[in-house]
Design a protein around this ligand. Structure first.
Ligand code: F0G
Length: 473
């Protein structure tokens, strides 16, 4: 147990604030107007109308003084920029992988990787694919298969490594499909779509063994690698005295490559990379990079972005930071669940997922309970969250036009890194509690417009009840 937990002192933000960005206070009436104007879809809100923005932890980190200093050191040479070498050497030293290809964000690394290795009819297993990962695999004609452990699908079930892959099902899938149809196996750390839940070192090792036995490369979706490593330190036997940096090296020693969005654990506002130990593959990937992203020493980024990420990747490994990071997410989860709010247990590394179906049990999935909760949280206190349920993953049957619900109705509150203080989180707890107390008066929503694909970004809705009539100021 880290010393500050043992002493039971408040875990404080391990930084002081040098630059501030005002947020505009709004009234309940104003917020109702904003929501009506955008068809109750919070993706359409101008960010200035949001008080606490928990839409995503991606690209929303606050950069440190050292990162801003590094921005000024950025070398904007087209070829062979000094910033590239710094970035490459930092990534190599942290992850231990040989060939480093910068990209403008995670999905660009995914597109280059999958369009290089996948053929029509191939299958790519993952603990749970993030939606851009799945879409980039499917765009090549291959199939993305999720293999989470069964505990990962039950929101209330507590398991220390709920992000693990089901190793037996992986073995069975390889038998069924044949190893030559599986160009790679992927592990997403932490498992974002599965609730920001970590993957254990034991599971990484076991998956790697299966991969090696069938000569299938193992890739890690590394977006939240440092948060995952700290969970291993806190929860897995034999790691409590191991520095996070060594845990990370061990995690990636089992992998043949990785994709990374530096917008998460790179602590930067843009950036990413693709890494591999396979030189021939790296060459083909660089050819594709030049076609759409840029020359291999900048990959669609400015030199200053490479510098900021190089510093961010070091800072994210500081254990005082990681202790505060996981504590602040846990703080939100534990406080709201102490009032009875049903959440995905235990709290994950970057977000709290409210079980909207259990929050609003009088609604059916087709009443869009997650959408109702997102709208009510915004009106109650200007808190922006995101529905991960039938709006995002449900669909219309192309033949009957009938609406098919998603398997879970969740609302994600993703916490940007180093941006909000404990009093912001206390405020969010109060907002959620107020909505919880009037939950019986909350009704359903229906679509008034939906696009044929990725409908959650642009959909419009209307409430089927007297919307947000009570509470709040
Ligand atoms: N993989 C995972 C696990 C992710 O969470 C994301 C992005 C990506 C890949 C793609 O990276 O955005 O840099 O292209 N997740 C963000 C989110 C968007 O809100 O969870 P990207």
């Amino acid at each position: 147990m880290p010393p500050s937990v043992a002493k039971r002192r408040t875990i404080i933000e391990p930084f002081k604030i040098k630059v501030v960005e005002p947020i505009r206070m709004t009234t309940r009436e104003e917020r109702i107007g904003y929501l009506e104007r955008c068809g109750y879809n919070v993706f359409s809100l101008p960010a200035d109308e949001v008080l606490i923005d928990f839409l995503t932890d991606s690209g929303t980190s606050a950069m440190s003084a050292e990162q801003w200093a590094a921005v000024m050191r950025g070398d904007e040479s087209y070829a062979g920029s000094r910033s590239y070498y710094r970035f490459r050497d930092t990534v190599k030293s942290i992850f231990g992988l040989r060939h480093i290809i910068p990209t403008h964000q995670g999905r660009a690394a995914e597109r280059i990787l999958f369009s290089t290795v996948c053929r029509t009819g191939d299958v790519v297993p993952n603990n749970t694919h993030f939606d851009t990962t799945r879409a980039n695999i499917e765009a090549t004609g291959a199939r993305a298969v999720d293999l989470p452990i069964p505990e990962g699908l039950v929101p209330s079930h507590r398991h220390p490594f709920k992000g693990n892959m089901d190793v037996e099902r992986l073995g069975a899938l390889i038998e069924e499909e044949g190893a030559d149809r599986i160009p790679l196996v992927m592990l997403t750390v932490t498992n974002n779509t599965g609730g920001g839940q970590p993957v254990s070192m034991e599971n990484i090792r076991a998956v790697a063994e299966v991969c090696r036995a069938h000569e299938i490369p193992l890739y890690i979706d590394a977006c939240r690698f440092a948060e995952n490593a700290y969970f291993i330190k806190l929860r897995e036997d034999g790691y409590d005295d191991v520095p996070v940096r060594e845990i990370v090296r061990e995690m990636f020693s089992h992998a043949d490559g990785c994709t990374m969005s530096a917008k998460k654990d790179g602590l930067s506002n843009i950036g990413g990379f693709l890494a591999t130990n396979d030189e021939a593959l790296a060459e083909r990937e660089r050819d594709l990079l030049i076609l759409t992203e840029g020359f291999p020493t900048y990959g669609g980024l400015a030199g200053r972005d490479l510098e900021a990420t190089a510093v961010g990747l070091e800072e994210v490994l500081e254990e005082d930071y990681l202790e505060y990071r996981l504590a602040s997410v846990r703080y939100l989860g534990e406080h709201i669940s102490s009032y009875g709010v049903p959440i995905m247990q235990p709290p994950g590394g970057h977000a709290i997922y409210i079980d909207a179906q259990a929050f609003l049990p009088h609604l059916t999935p087709l009443d869009l309970p997650g959408q109702a909760l997102v709208a009510e949280l915004f009106v109650e206190g200007g808190v922006r969250s995101v529905e991960i349920g039938t709006v995002m993953f449900g669909h219309r049957d192309p033949d009957s036009g009938e609406e098919i619900a998603a398997s879970m109705e969740l609302v994600r509150l993703a916490i940007p890194r180093r941006v909000y203080t404990q009093s912001h989180v206390d405020y969010v707890v109060e907002v959620i509690r107020a909505v919880w107390e009037r939950r019986a008066s909350i009704g359903g929503f229906r679509f008034t417009f939906q696009a044929p694909a990725l409908r959650h970004f642009t959909a419009r809705f209307e409430p089927l009840y007297p919307f947000s009539q009570e509470g709040g100021e």
